[in-house]
Design a protein. Sequence first.
Length: 276
Amino acid sequence: MLYLCATPIGNLGDLTPRVREALSVCSAVYCEDTRRTLTLLNHCGIKKPLVSCYRENELARANEVVGRLLAGETLVYVSDAGMPGVSDPGEALVRACIAHNLPYSVLPGASAVLTAAVMSGYPVVPFTFFGFFPREKKAQKPLLESLKRTDHLVLFYESPNRVRATLEVLLNALGDLDAAVLRELTKLHEEAVRGRLSELAARYAETDPRGECVLAVYCRAQANADAKPELEALLKNLLSSGLSVRDAAAEAAAACGVPKKEAYAKALEINKDCFS
C-alpha cells in the first residue's frame, strides 16, 4: 500500500493521527525534501528510511515504488508541506499505482489553497486554483485572457518577492478587483490582507511581504461587462471637461474598475471621434 499523506503547512500540531500512524508503520518514507521530512519525523519521535522524490526524479522513483509495492511493502509519500500532487510531486506516483493496479490511499490534512480560499472571505464555491502565477509574459497572456471571462474566486501561490509585481499585472489586466494576500498560514504571524488590487499593490510597493503567500482574486466578469457603458460615458464627460486622454483614462479606470490599458484605448477612440 502507498499512502500519500498531507503534512502541516506551518503548524506541526496539524499533523493528523492517521498520517502519524502511516509514518509509524511504513517501510520507508519517500519525500520531496529529506531534510524537511526528517524534522517532521523527529518531532513525532519516528525513525524511518527517507528516500528523496522530487519533481525532477519523480518518474524514476515511481518505477522504484511500484517494485517495492509489488514486493508487499507499505510506503508513504509526503511533499514539503500540504497535500502531495497539489503544486507538488505525487501525481506520477498515483498514475503508476493505477497503471499497475496497486493499492494506494490519500490521507487528508492541511492544504494551503483550501485554507486560503476560506480565509479570503470571498465566496468559495466555485473557485479555481492555478498553482504558481506564471513568470513569463508569454504564459501570463492566455491566463489573463481567461480570467477576464471568469466570474468567481481564483487563487495563486506566489513567492513574497514577486507579490507586488503579480498584483500589478493582475490590476492592469483585470481592473481593480477585490483581492487578498494571505501569508504564513497556520503560523505565528498568519495574516490576511484584503482590499482592491490597487490597494494591495500600494501596500507592498516598498516592502515585500514575508513568508509564503497565497493570492486570492475575486474575478467579476459580469461586473466588468456592466462597467463598459459606464466607462464610455465617464470618459466623454472627463474629456469634455478638458482632461488629457491619459488623465481621463486613469481616473475612469479607477472609477469603473477596468484595466488602465482598456480605458486608455477607449479614451483615444472617443477623443478621435468626438473631440477632433
